[in-house]
Design a protein around this ligand. Structure first.
Ligand SMILES: C[S@@+](CC[C@H](N)C(=O)[O-])C[C@H]1O[C@@H](n2cnc3c(N)ncnc32)[C@H](O)[C@@H]1O
Length: 206
């Protein structure tokens, strides 16, 4: 529901077509893109020529099929080269699989994709969890001569955590004695999207 509304054709009604908006520090163009998506008349400016180039490309009229072909081309060339740096275990320890494409053989747990030479990487395909973001945490090296001790500037690697803000009541099923929470409202960001978790717990709903 939320995504249907987001991607709906907001220009159709023309409700915003008379609005003129200027973002004189447009940067990467988020405001320009969102405004034009809503059908506003957007103008942008930036002293950085890279910002100008990026926004010009973002708003360019493109042949969608040509873009898709180009992306597929980039993916087939680049993905195998960088995948050894992006594979990881899932939050619950889920492991991905590496396959040697010419033989179709699935590699064992001792397979180390980082040991592959760049020219060998195109022969291997990966299916599984991938890193989305990498945060570099700086260390402060001790300035005393000969010490070199490195103190992490961040005390822990957790960047942010969020406590559930939804009201719930802890409950125990009288029939199967399983414990679960009854939530007042849906706790999911996209409640209309089907759950894809492999570890869904099923409870008796008596
Ligand atoms: C944080 S970005 C702007 C983000 C953008 N307004 C948006 O809504 O997504 C700030 C931009 O301001 C630009 N900028 C800073 N000083 C400027 C100036 N004097 N004239 C034009 N652009 C400037 C920078 O180059 C940078 O790209």
């Amino acid at each position: 529901m939320a995504w249907d509304n987001y991607y709906a054709n907001h220009q159709k009604k023309g409700a915003f077509k008379h609005l003129k908006v200027a973002d004189i520090f447009m940067g990467g163009g988020t405001t320009l893109i969102e405004g034009s998506r809503l059908g506003m008349q957007m103008s942008g400016n930036d002293l950085n020529p890279v910002a100008w180039f990026v926004v010009k490309q973002e708003l360019a009229d493109v042949d969608l099929d040509e873009v898709k072909r180009l992306l597929a081309d980039i993916e087939s060339e680049v993905k195998p080269q960088i995948m050894p740096f992006y594979y990881c275990d899932g939050p619950n320890g889920e492991k991905g699989t590496w396959t040697h494409k010419p033989s179709g053989k699935m590699m064992g747990a001792d397979f180390d994709p980082l040991a592959l030479k760049p020219e060998e990487r195109k022969d291997y395909a990966y299916d599984g969890p991938e890193i989305i973001y990498t945060f570099w945490a700086k260390h402060g090296p001790c300035q005393a001569t000969g010490c070199g001790h490195r103190t992490p500037i961040m005390t822990k690697p957790l960047v942010a955590s969020r406590a559930p803000t939804i009201s719930y009541w802890p409950h125990q099923c009288k029939n199967c004695v399983a414990s679960y929470d009854i939530e007042e409202n849906s706790n999911r960001l996209a409640p209309d999207v089907p759950c894809s978790s492999r570890k869904m717990k099923s409870f008796c709903i008596a």
